[in-house]
Structures are given as structure tokens and as C-alpha cells.
Design a protein around this ligand. Structure first.
Ligand SMILES: [Zn+2]
Length: 187
């Protein structure tokens, strides 16, 4: 929790970093979901991501033949939409017009490097919601549904309140979402 709180403080710092505005997104666009444009660096294994999320609403990729591999990206986008809806249910905050970005980076060192390059930020956490550009960055090799849901909660909370709640309160809410997802989706 302490580490997570540290990440949130960084989010607030980043929110004020105007120099990073307008920079291009690293990674290529995989798919457009209802709530997220999904990007990934080369080397991110979409199938592996899907097996890690492993939700009830996930269409099992195994049901698709190798000839339909290209559909995995769309399945990922739909799965993330499902996760968004689940986080919305947990918070009881429903913003149907929400649209953000999720960028999957291969691992934590790559994530640190990306944030250093784009925002000149020293970052050693595994995921972050960057408020100023409405982007979630996550290390694919460390990703868990709880971690992703935590950042999605930050995005939803930031959009819902006219004045963003204090950092500590946001962490309590995002932490509650993470806890609930972990409980609901035990591996
Ligand atoms: Zn947080």
C-alpha cells in the first residue's frame, strides 16, 4: 500500500508536468474498445495478457484457431471494457462516455525507461495512471487484474469528481477496488 501511495503522489506530480503534453504515444495501437484505446510495445504477448486477466466475461482465446490470432487484440479490448465495467460497478460510478488509453509495456525496466524518456520521470513502480493525458501505463510482465483495476479506478475517480479528491482518499478507493477484484478473481 505504501508503494501504491508513492505511485499516486507521482501521478499528482505528473499532472503538473506540462512539458510532457502532446508527446507521441509509444507502442502501436492494438485495438479500440468502448472505453480504451489499447496500445502495446513490440514484444508484449497479448495472449499471455489475456490468460492473466482470465475473467468470466473473457471469451477464451483457446476457442479460436491459430488462423484467428489477429482477433486476440479485439478480445483484449473487449476484456478491458469488461474490467472497466466491473470497476464501475464496484465504485458504483458509471461514466458511459469515458474514453482513455492503456499502454502495455513489456516489463518494469521498460516502463521506467519510457517514463524517463517521455516525462523525465524516475519511476520504479509497475503501473501508473497519468492524469494529464488520461493514460494508464502498465508493465505487462507484472500485470494483475487488481493492479489494472486500481489504475482504472483512478481514471474513473478523476473523471467523476469536478474537483479530484485528495490523494489519500483516491488511494483508499482504488485500494478497495484492487482488494475486491483480488477477492472476486482468485487465481
Ligand atoms: Zn493508486
Amino acid at each position: 500500500m505504501k508503494k501504491i501511495f508513492g505511485a499516486m503522489v507521482l501521478v499528482m506530480l505528473l499532472a503538473g508536468a506540462g512539458s510532457a503534453r502532446g508527446q507521441e504515444q509509444r507502442g502501436r495501437l492494438l485495438a479500440e474498445g468502448s472505453y480504451f484505446s489499447v496500445y502495446a510495445e513490440p514484444g508484449v504477448d497479448v495472449y499471455r495478457l489475456l490468460t492473466k486477466i482470465d475473467y468470466e466475461y473473457l471469451v477464451q482465446p483457446r476457442a479460436f484457431g491459430a488462423e484467428k490470432q489477429e482477433n486476440l487484440n479485439d478480445i483484449l479490448a473487449r476484456t478491458l471494457d469488461g474490467l472497466y465495467q466491473e470497476v464501475s460497478d464496484i465504485l458504483d460510478i458509471h461514466i458511459y462516455s469515458f474514453k482513455g488509453k492503456i499502454v502495455f509495456v513489456t516489463d518494469q525496466p521498460s516502463l521506467g525507461q519510457l517514463l524517463k524518456e517521455q516525462y523525465n520521470l524516475d519511476f520504479d513502480e509497475r503501473s501508473i495512471y497519468y492524469y494529464d493525458q488520461n493514460v494508464i501505463y502498465v508493465s505487462a510482465s507484472d500485470m494483475t487484474p487488481g493492479m489494472l483495476g486500481h489504475e482504472i479506478a483512478h481514471a474513473i475517480i478523476s473523471h467523476y469528481f469536478v474537483v479530484p479528491p485528495p490523494t489519500k482518499l483516491q488511494e483508499v478507493l482504488a485500494g478497495y477496488v484492487e482488494y475486491t477484484l483480488r477477492k472476486n478473481h482468485r487465481p
